[in-house]
Design a protein around this ligand. Structure first.
Ligand code: HEC
Ligand code: HEC
Length: 225
């Protein structure tokens, strides 16, 4: 009897403490973005390359539809700035395109594109589908290549907030990004590289991959949904 009374009162004490701590914190939650506010510029300006609903029709321009919002926002921030005034992710088009927009607008664009439904692709190369699937699901133990699915999810849909959707994306774009991570992984000064991955997660994956593996996994992943 005594015990059953003690437990609730202890919990009440803990909850009360938690509430006090919370009340003392500044009430400033991160702005999540507003899809409706982002839509006009996102569709008209960004849409020229990425498609009005984020389903780009040109394989070098990535699809943004259905991508996780935190990832989209991070990329915009990385295109905009970085240490020593140099953008953390370099791309001549995007470095220019994003310059005019502030943080709130970028959150709105991210909210808009992530709320759209992605139209997937179909894997094109039948001979490499099994190989691509094997790499995606299991990696390659012998050379320490981790499974893509471990971070990007079993269907490539990504895991918010850090891991982007890669399923259904254009194979050409996926291939180009894997090669850019690989270039930076091998030579941090490579100007065509991409080095904005937290904790070098993608560079460590990509440096272990051959051209043939990159091609096979990119084609397979583009067909995932
Ligand atoms: C003139 C064409 C063009 C326009 C306009 C454009 N983009 Fe891009 N965007 C690109 C290209 C090309 C890439 C791929 C860059 C690369 O290969 O690294 C890209 C990449 C991105 C990415 C990274 C996607 C990913 O999967 O990592 C985001 C986010 C993005 N753009 C957002 C925007 C937003 C928001 C706008 C409007 C303010 C915009 N873009 C306007 C061409 C464009
Ligand atoms: C240890 C976790 C991890 C593993 C394993 C991993 N990734 Fe990633 N990947 C990430 C993270 C984190 C990012 C986002 C980097 C950033 O913030 O710019 C990313 C980004 C990417 C991108 C860029 C997406 C875009 O829209 O630009 C591609 C392509 C990609 N990964 C493909 C793969 C493939 C293919 C594999 C398997 C061979 C793989 N990844 C394995 C963590 C991982």
């Amino acid at each position: 009897m005594k015990r059953s009374l003690m437990l609730p009162s202890l919990m009440f004490a803990l909850l009360a403490t938690a509430a006090t701590v919370h009340a003392n914190e500044p009430a400033k939650a991160a702005y999540k973005g507003d899809a409706a506010k982002g839509q006009p510029i996102a569709s008209a300006v960004c849409g020229a390359c990425h498609g009005a609903d984020g389903n780009s029709v040109v394989p070098v321009n990535p699809k943004l539809a259905g991508q996780n919002a935190d990832y989209l926002f991070k990329q915009m921030t990385n295109f905009k700035s970085g240490p020593e005034g140099k953008p953390e992710r370099t791309n001549p088009i995007m470095n220019g395109m994003i310059a005019a927009y502030n943080e709130e607008q970028m959150r709105d664009f991210a909210a808009y594109f992530s709320s759209q439904k992605q139209k997937g692709e179909i894997a094109k190369n039948r001979e490499t589908i099994d190989f691509g699937q094997k790499l995606f699901r299991g990696g390659d133990l012998a050379k320490g290549l981790p499974a893509c699915a471990g971070c990007h999810g079993p269907s490539g849909a990504g895991i918010p907030a850090m891991f982007p959707r890669i399923g259904g994306q254009y194979a050409d774009y996926l291939e180009a990004q894997l090669k850019a991570f690989r270039a930076s992984g091998a030579d941090p000064k490579d100007s065509n590289g991409r080095a904005n991955d937290p904790n070098r997660m993608m560079r460590m994956v990509a440096v272990k991959m051959t051209d043939a593996e990159i091609k096979a996994v990119a084609d397979y992943v583009s067909g995932l949904r």
